[in-house]
Design a binder for this molecule. Structure first.
Ligand code: FAD
Length: 486
């Protein structure tokens, strides 16, 4: 099957019926459920983009056997040109959602493309796991499936600093091995896109904190979301039933986060990619370079988000007529800086890409990872800048219904500015509000702070790959310089 259309994707969701719970109720059809349906539509629009004849060549690629056109985020890039094409494709998707759906399908697609290319890594001790990985990549890429992922075990306590407690009865673990597969029990967080996905991938960066060589907690597998015993519990929806005018982002881009319960779920052997091998799990992201590939996807998302916030900030200052004031210029300057940094890092990651040991053109890890780390603090600051620039105008936001009420005349007269009608002003500030203040916007800030793990862990990961010796040697050379004037 070639790259899917939006309606192919929605039909697939309707057919499979995973167990999804929202606000105390079992969801029958996520594609019509208020609070979830618009997010599904947004993902569908990404699939429509890749099959639109005008965009198809840039959004898809011909699979190696000269056959069907598949979604380009599934490509295993072998050349710099292929990597750059994938970067452009991901940026096009990210711009479609204004960077507000960080877990668009490309995130997991680039992960599995990297893992399939490095399938021998998974098969080193258990050749069947390597084969499983190759077959699974083939399956999801040819069926153009959407994946969610849940990496983090719930914890009952964080009492030991620097350690992560894996407790039976809470964390996900294998409770039985049989000829059919592994039976797993426990809970995982936080499956963003969970109710809108076809498949769930389960692995973990966290077992790295443990020293045992073999552990029932060390797992990498994938399952259909509709597998019996699998339950998705959604947080409250931030698509609160408002119009696109009143709630321009939340009414479109609710990607939903969910807790996943595994109630004695059977994982067939052909869906297992790693089991028990702590060291292999710990090293997966670095050895397969999947971390660099997901950072490349993240960089595209960050750039789209920067472009949105910068554009809104410029329109805010133009609308309010305060763009010439020095403090506004300083804040706009800061937003320009973040935007240009994201752009530069993405280009550097592609320009300095190199073939890895798996024959994959791998984005340069340092610039890509830098965007991931920087955004943890840059994005909250970007939203703060919108609040500072917007001030009380962020409260002067009559609803769409108000514009049709008896107060419409007053609104039109008093809310206009020298450069904007009342309607355009209010529409813009609804957007600024949805970025910087609404529950949808607050969740985006939390997402950027934590989606890629906590800031401490990320900073340590960046430090671990940085060529520190070079910096130290430069300083030592200076200290040893013999240039004293005689
Ligand atoms: C909106 C959102 C979407 C997400 N989507 C996904 C997803 O799709 N898939 C997925 O797998 N995960 C997802 N995550 C989860 C994310 O991976 C975790 O939130 C992240 O790994 C941090 O873990 P935690 O929330 O348990 O925080 P904690 O580990 O509890 O950390 C909380 C704070 O305590 C600090 N801290 C923790 N331990 C220590 C320590 N030992 N010493 C000192 N300080 C410490 C941290 O630095 C942090 O500031 C998402 C998170 C958010 C917020």
């Amino acid at each position: 099957m070639p790259a899917r259309t939006g309606s192919d994707y929605l039909d697939g969701l309707r057919r499979q019926r995973p167990e999804v719970w929202l606000d105390g109720t079992r969801v029958i059809d996520v594609t019509t459920q208020p609070g979830l349906a618009n997010g599904a539509r947004a993902i569908a629009s990404l699939y429509d983009l890749q099959t639109d004849p005008a965009h198809r060549p840039a959004m898809t690629f011909v699979a190696g056997d000269g056959g069907e056109r598949l979604g380009l985020s599934f490509v295993i890039p072998r050349t710099q040109a292929e990597l750059q094409a994938r970067g452009k494709m991901m940026l096009a998707w990210a711009r479609t959602t204004c960077g507000m759906m960080g877990r668009s399908p490309d995130f997991m697609n680039v992960t599995f493309a990297a893992w399939a290319a490095a399938a021998d890594y998974f098969g080193e001790d258990r050749p069947e796991f390597g084969e499983n990985m190759r077959r699974y990549y083939d399956y999801i890429s040819r069926n153009d499936l959407v994946l969610t992922h849940a990496l983090i075990n719930l914890q009952r306590s964080r009492h030991v600093s620097g350690q992560f407690n894996l407790q039976a009865g809470t964390a996900l673990q294998v409770v039985k091995e049989s000829s059919a597969g592994l039976t797993v029990r426990g809970a995982r967080v936080l499956a963003t896109l969970g109710p809108l996905a076809d498949e769930i991938a389960v692995y973990s960066p966290r077992v790295a904190q443990h020293t045992e060589k073999h552990s029932p907690f060390a797992l990498n597998f994938a399952l259909p979301c509709a597998t019996p015993g699998l339950r998705f519990l959604c947080r409250e929806s931030f698509d609160i039933g408002k119009s696109h005018f009143d709630h321009p982002l939340g009414s479109r881009f609710e990607e939903m986060d969910s807790i996943v319960f595994f109630d004695d779920v059977l994982v067939p052997w052909d869906r297992v990619f790693l089991y028990g091998d702590v060291d292999r799990l710990n090293n997966t992201a670095l050895v397969t370079h999947s971390a660099a590939h997901t950072a490349h996807q993240g960089a595209a998302k960050n750039l789209a988000k920067c472009e949105l916030v910068l554009g809104v900030a410029l329109l805010v200052t133009e609308t309010l007529g305060n763009g010439h004031l020095p403090h506004a210029e300083e804040r706009i300057g800061e937003l320009i800086m973040y935007t240009e940094l994201m752009k530069a890092c993405m280009r550097a990651a592609e320009a300095d890409a190199a073939l890895d040991q798996w024959g994959v053109m791998c984005p340069s890890a340092l610039p890509a990872e830098t965007t991931r780390n920087l955004f943890m603090t840059a994005y909250p600051r970007m939203t703060e800048i919108l609040q500072l620039l917007g001030s009380s105008s962020l409260m002067i936001r009559p609803s769409e219904a108000d514009f049709a009420s008896p107060l419409a005349g007053d609104i039109a007269q008093y809310l206009a500015t020298d450069t904007s009608s009342a309607h355009d002003r209010v529409r813009l500030f609804h957007l600024a509000w949805d970025i910087a203040c609404s529950s949808f916007g607050a969740r985006q800030v939390l997402y950027e702070r934590f989606f890629a793990s906590d800031p401490l862990t990320r900073a340590r990961a960046l430090a671990a790959i940085y060529p520190k010796r070079e910096a130290m040697d430069r300083v030592l050379a200076f200290l040893q310089r013999d240039d004293s004037v005689v």
